[in-house]
Design a protein. Structure first.
Length: 69
């Protein structure tokens, strides 16, 4: 399984943490609760406030760390 490095860039209009990879693709953690596993999805049309789209199955490294509620 490939490793995906995601850098925190802010929170969308639903207060969900948004991350970006090295290629500029945007991702969102749709369930950013500290005691749960990350539930990472792509952002529809790669828009910061876009809806969550496709679930991501990968080993994930968060930079600087995972942002949770």
């Amino acid at each position: 399984m490939e490793k995906l490095v995601l850098t925190f860039i802010g929170r969308d209009s639903w207060s969900r943490p948004v991350y970006q990879d090295a290629r500029g693709n945007l991702y969102v953690d749709v369930d950013p609760v500290e005691y749960r596993q990350p539930n990472i999805c792509t952002k529809y049309r790669n828009a910061f406030d876009g809806e969550p789209c496709d679930p991501v199955k990968a080993e994930i490294e968060f930079v600087p760390c995972r942002d949770t509620w």
